[in-house]
Ligand binder design. Sequence first.
Ligand code: KG4
Ligand code: ZN
Length: 341
Amino acid sequence: MRVLGLETSCDDTGVAVYDSDQGLLAHRLYSQTALHADYGGIVPELASRDHIRKLLPLIKTVMAAAGTAGDELDGIAYTAGPGLAGALLVGAAVGRSLAWAWGVPAVGVHHMEGHLLSPMLEAGPPAFPFLALLVSGGHTLLADVRGIGDYTILGETVDDAVGEAFDKTAKLLGLGYPGGPAIARAAEQGAPGRFYFPRPMTGRPGLEFSFSGLKTAVATVAQAQELDPRTVADIACAFQEAAVDTLRIKCQRALEQTGHARLVAAGGVSANARLREQLTEMAAARRARVYFPRLQFSTDNGAMIAYAGAMRLKAGQHETAAFTVHPRWELQKLGVPGASR
Ligand code: KG4
Ligand code: ZN
């Protein structure tokens, strides 16, 4: 099964060809970071227009690199949601049109299912069932994963996503956009212990998250300080410790509750080196194993969409001629492919 994957849900244009026998044949990413940097965040209309400019040339490049012609594909997968409506529509329209022209099926993929399955592209992938921590710019959740489409959300954020907290804190500290990598870089220079921030919702039972209070705690401290480079680094360090520690505590609690021995951590924030270190240590101490995608597949990419699409096409799922996108879409309502809904 050979699938072309298209990711256009936000500010990255990602394209890949995945083959279920031969693995990943080619993948490319065009990042719009520079386009949005001046605005301090993503401008949806600029994002859609740039996807229109970049998607087709990128598809041509990736198809050539994979040595694949359109009619050799078994299907096309595109991100159908959640994400920015205009940006999603670009991928959906191009994906559906190419599928029609090449006479192959198309399938709309859930962006977070793409992230969830991204470690499957690595050597020694996790077997089902497992616990998944999904941490991105828009989502923070723990899920019990029993198979493709068989997901139970155990806990999610009641307010901000952790990636959003990284982005907002970076903005507050004058570190620019996107905030996650900027905070991580600054934190490396910071002295641990000069500041301390709360670990939200860890003091009571449950697997819910909350990150807006942490962001406010940082704002209060930052306002009372002269923001010289050393103070910025020290605050970034304390913020990262608080965010990572919170995720680690909740993962540990969820492993205990579910009895799972495998933990998958995926989504943009799973690129964070401190988080990878903390989760790896915590899992090892419990004789559990943690699985990450390679760094470049932690953040948005076409490879995870091609992979998730291949799994769903294999199970016989594909779209009718009409297409839609879902700017809001509940992961838990996906359903197991092939099973009656
Ligand atoms: O999965 P992703 O690329 O896009 C969404 O689906 O949202 O995640 C983007 C998020 C952003 O909030 C970004 O700041 C964060 O992931 N991020 C990081 C790191 N790299 C990206 N957060 C912490 N540390 C990083 N190294
Ligand atoms: Zn994402």
